[in-house]
Ligand binder design. Sequence first.
Ligand code: GLN
Length: 447
Amino acid sequence: FEHIAKADEAVHAYLELTEDMAYEAADKIDAAVADGTFSSMGPLAGVPVAFKDNMNLEGTHTTCSSKMLENYVSPYTATCVARCIEAGGIPLGKLNMDEFAFGSSTETSAFGSTKNPWDLERVPGGSSGGSAASVAAGMACMTLGSDTGGSIRQPASFCGIVGVKPTYGMVSRYGVVAFGSSLDQVGPFTRSVEDAAYAMQVLCGYDPLDCTSQHIEADFVDAVKQGVEGIRIGVVPGFMNAPGLTPEVKEKVAEAAAKLEAAGAQIVEVDLPHADAAISAYYVLGPCEAFSNLARFDSVRYGYCEPGLKDLGSQYEESRANGFGMEAKRRIMLGSYLLSAGVYEKYYYPAQQVRRLITQDYERAYEQCDVILAPTSPRTAFKFGEIGDPVEMHLSDIFTVSINIAGNGGMNVPCGLGKDTGLPVGVQLICPQFKDVNMFRAAAALE
Ligand code: GLN
């Protein structure tokens, strides 16, 4: 906490600290050490962890970095958070994010943006910017983020750490404020692949409170020890000509492929012919789901209530007008338009068809390979205010959104600093649904 007090003055990753909970958890560890039962505690015993502020932890504020939920106090705890604490994790607090997870830079937070610890003039990425920056700055050993279109992998790459978006259904979403329910997935940020493996071991598993969570047996800790002998790594030539891909990122992807090959993997070329349409499909489906999910923030059931209004109509209007920030409003209006009669048939329905085509692309590609290697982000961390145009900002998700659309797993593995910017570059490993151990095998070989 002393380190956080100092380092976070500049970085601003934390929105709330949970010192009492942390000391209580730490006392339990001390007691277990004293009475000789420490070894029977969970795999995170004594590990300082922190949570994105869209995850409920009973008794803390869960604001989603929005004025809308500024005063909301969680009456219960999300399954992913509970699993970390039950495994012995020491809860440090709640972390800054883009408002309701809309964004790629943490600049849309209503409570000020988080800075990239590598260069305070640059963004940490987003939307889980606080989760990535806190691990990069040594203010937590492990944090949780959520990823709807890249929000774990892109900030992990900007901050030079490991970030995992598991296959849809691996981790329970119960208690995590929904953005796009068919796309959202929770995952860990850590400094090493092995740490991420332990985190996955704790997080994954069926939860009766989330009907999309699955019973999957997977040993991640074992996977990182297996090596890559015999694994087939798919590379996508089309990705290398994507708009905005910088030479230094391209170089790191080529280096990673060479490293995997040298470690015994086989490199094969695969094609994802509909990948170009992923951004368009995502920015139809995402806002539509967000529009539905955000309807509950109406100042009555949940959320900020504008004082002094006499009728219900103006209470809804004024509370939503003043509670939501610019990007949230943009998504709500877009979603409401796209789902309206006449427009739905033109955009939402085709976007669902594109979703199917992208999923089939991946299924076909995985007949030839076990993991796909790709860039995570087309470039390294950008400066605050550098990208003002929302469409340009959306393009930073070009390599990540198709994975959420298809429901596959994906993770960022840091690969050192770029030759031109001197900033962290990461590469992405993508796996078939529920074969997340495959990407951990490959990830371990890249460290
Ligand atoms: N940057 C993407 C968006 O703004 C992804 C966000 C996310 O994964 N939560 O929608």
